[in-house]
Design a protein around this ligand. Sequence first.
Ligand code: NAD
Length: 321
Amino acid sequence: MIIVPETEIAGLVTPADCFRAVEGVFASMADKSAHNFPVVREAIGHADALYGFKSGFDRKGLALGLKAGGFWPNNVHKGLTNHQSTVFLFDPDTGKCRAVVGGNLLTALRTAAASAISIKYLARKDAKVLGMIGAGHQATFQLRAALAQRPFERIVGWNLHPDMLSRLEEVAKEEGLPFEAVDLDRLGAEADVIISITSSFAPMLKASQVRAGTHLACMGTDTKGKQEVEAEILAAAAVFTDEVAQAVTIGESQHAIERGLIREEAIVEIGAVINGTHPGRTSADQITLFDGTGVGLQDLAVASAAVELALAKGVAIEVDF
Ligand code: NAD
């Protein structure tokens, strides 16, 4: 069995590796050669923790396994990150455990890859201004990955807790781009692409604040009840997602579906655009929205890439198991 510890991931796996891995598995999901299994997420009644696992099988990539972990809010007092996860990969021919891979950094990279993929396939080619809603742990990964997809000229940002926006400003500075903290009216009026990545349970961005031609990647809503943008935005947009079943239950789409504003059948898996079986954006004026809920197959894809890279670079730890 191969172990790739969390401490090795940063030196092994690049955002580009994750982009390729996630793009490939989204395509496999759309052609039905890869499936996610039902998600388990439970409050364990200890340490205020939420624990669960996401699992699946990619028949093409031969990735079988699960990501186990969750949210331990008191970790911050122990010098640990609150989100903890580990990926387990199994040999699909024998069921033997093939690898254990640290999943914390990989989660941020695979989530950033998903919104970056949506920008690659759905944003207007002439997008110049990137709008960021959210400035937490995930947001800097989202920002970096997005900047690789279009020649953005400036970044505007809004966050409920404005003091956190300095994190985004630092990334913008590193990338040589101007950053400005703005209100949501200005963000919507100026941004060509908007990424939302917050823990919000109420809509922040209103339909009246979004202009024609915008691409939105809504990445924060991954649980029942969470919401980042008004459901009316989805009604006005062409809606894409990683997986329809998750979008309508735990994604941003849950609210528009509940209110009868959109139909489940109208939501398109981004893999269909990658495969070329759906055209994606059909006009410069169209609003496109990617509902990124985060699927287990993304975790298996990036963990598999980490294992291959660890083997190739001779840093994989191999143990008898
Ligand atoms: P974090 O705790 O580091 O940051 C939270 C962010 O949300 C901050 O910007 C904070 O200011 C903002 N926020 C907090 N409470 C808010 C509220 N009530 N209203 C509006 N904004 C609020 O978290 P993170 O690790 O950056 O994760 C952000 C979100 O992304 C979480 O909801 C997490 O579950 C989700 N997430 C989704 C995926 C996916 O695949 N879609 C993957 C990882 C994380």
